[in-house]
Design a protein around this ligand. Structure first.
Ligand code: SAM
Ligand code: SF4
Ligand code: SF4
Length: 380
């Protein structure tokens, strides 16, 4: 077997300086902001911690994230007040959807307080944001009620297998699957809506679980989404032969249960939707749907409207970016709201990222290799 080499470069140090206009010269947000490819800014993903209690091999492999790994000190993390301020300014630019992520977001102390603050922010059309959270579900059973009460609209739980042995191996912390399933049930019981379950499919590791997962969630109101194993970060030793293309996921499901393609529900949606068909061959809403996220085999950069805020306040314009814009220095250096809004606008307007579209043609030194930030640092 080829030796696996894991580069240990800490990409967190690569920061870009945002352009800041003079006080008074800054234009205010209009609710519509477009990048160089005419993509609007609609979705903000906020990482609230770089820590996690799992060691999924595709994200935080134990060999790298061991006891010597240096996580960010607490003073480097954006405070809840700083996060809320940035989120408010992003919403003035047209963001409707906010997703909290990590690391494992539920490890951040008193996260409900942040949820409460974010839920109270208005979108440009005066509504509450679509506020959601991606979690590994390990402590969701304890937290679901408080999160719902604080104003969380919905939740996505990552779950790669129903088989306890496979699940324990994949989280690499011997964590039992029953606790995550209990977390999903608690989320349902708490009244969180449109619950999604994300399964990263790795060929040869958990692809034999695809149909069992589909059967488990069919007809439950929960949408299962299959995610292609991605070449994010620099530590997971990604190999194309471990990617199971979404087309194959759908073919395997259809061999057992009928599915029909569904239209996208919103522009910029990452998942392609498929509905479970009833006896008449048409989508039966009572059976629900599944989604496939084909980040590797079918690029969806064309309408990518997502920005990502790292735990320490860097703004990343693509999941595969190698540098982020340092908003924290502005926040802590006394920048006014108008200056911050203008800086965000200038950053988004120059955005041209479309890594997935270019993946196949990129030489390693241009981003196809090991120079990217980790998923656990900016979240999914
Ligand atoms: N800890 C939380 C969780 O696991 O849900 C939130 C952070 S995690 C980085 C966000 C999502 O990214 C998860 O659904 C996870 O499965 C996914 N993810 C991480 N590494 C990935 C990879 N290499 N390929 C595809 N998805 C990945
Ligand atoms: Fe932790 Fe989520 Fe990454 Fe797994 S995918 S190691 S649960 S941050
Ligand atoms: Fe968006 Fe970058 Fe993913 Fe393309 S590769 S869809 S630009 S995050």
């Amino acid at each position: 077997m080829a030796e696996r080499v894991i580069p240990l470069v800490d990409q967190r140090s690569r920061a870009l300086t945002p352009p800041v206009p003079a006080p008074g010269a800054a234009e205010r947000a209009t609710g519509e902001l477009f990048d160089t490819r005419a993509r609007p800014l609609r979705d903000l993903r906020i990482s609230v911690t770089d820590r996690c209690n799992f060691r999924c091999g595709y994200c935080m492999p134990k060999e790298v994230f061991d006891k010597h790994y240096r996580y960010l000190p607490h003073s480097d993390l954006l405070s809840f007040e700083e996060i809320t301020r940035v989120a408010r300014l992003f919403m003035a630019h047209g963001v409707h959807k906010i997703r909290l992520t990590g690391g494992e977001p539920l490890l951040r102390k008193n996260l409900e307080r942040l949820v409460e603050q974010l839920a109270a922010l208005p979108t440009v059309d005066g509504r509450a944001p679509d506020l959601t959270l991606t979690t590994n579900g390990s402590i969701l059973a304890r937290k679901a009620r408080a999160l719902k009460d604080a104003g969380l609209s919905r939740v996505t739980v990552s779950l790669d297998s129903l088989d306890d042995a496979v699940f324990r191996r994949m989280n690499d912390m011997d964590f039992p699957v029953a606790d995550v399933l209990a977390g999903i049930e608690a989320a349902q019981a708490a009244g969180l809506e449109r619950i999604k379950v994300n399964m990263v499919v790795k060929r040869g590791t958990n692809d034999h679980e695809i149909t069992a997962m589909a059967r488990r969630f069919r007809g439950t109101g929960i949408t299962l989404r299959f995610i292609e194993y991605m070449d994010v970060g620099a530590t997971n030793g990604w190999r194309m032969d471990e990617v199971l293309p979404s087309s194959e996921v759908i073919a395997r499901l259809q061999a057992e249960l009928p599915l029909v393609p569904l239209a996208a529900s919103t522009p910029g949606e990452t998942a392609k939707r498929w509905g479970w068909a009833g006896a008449d061959g048409r989508h039966d809403p009572a059976l629900g749907e599944v989604g496939v996220i084909s980040s590797v085999t079918q690029a969806f950069c064309g309408d990518c409207n997502r920005a990502r805020l790292s735990t320490e306040g860097r703004l990343y314009l693509c999941l595969f970016a190698s540098q982020g814009w340092d908003l924290r220095t502005l926040l802590r250096g006394g920048a006014t709201d108008a200056q911050l809004e203008a800086a965000i606008a200038a950053i988004w307007r120059q955005r041209s990222d479309r890594y997935s579209e270019l993946r196949a043609s990129l030489p390693p030194e241009a981003g196809g290799g090991g120079r990217r930030i980790e998923m656990s640092y900016i979240g999914g």
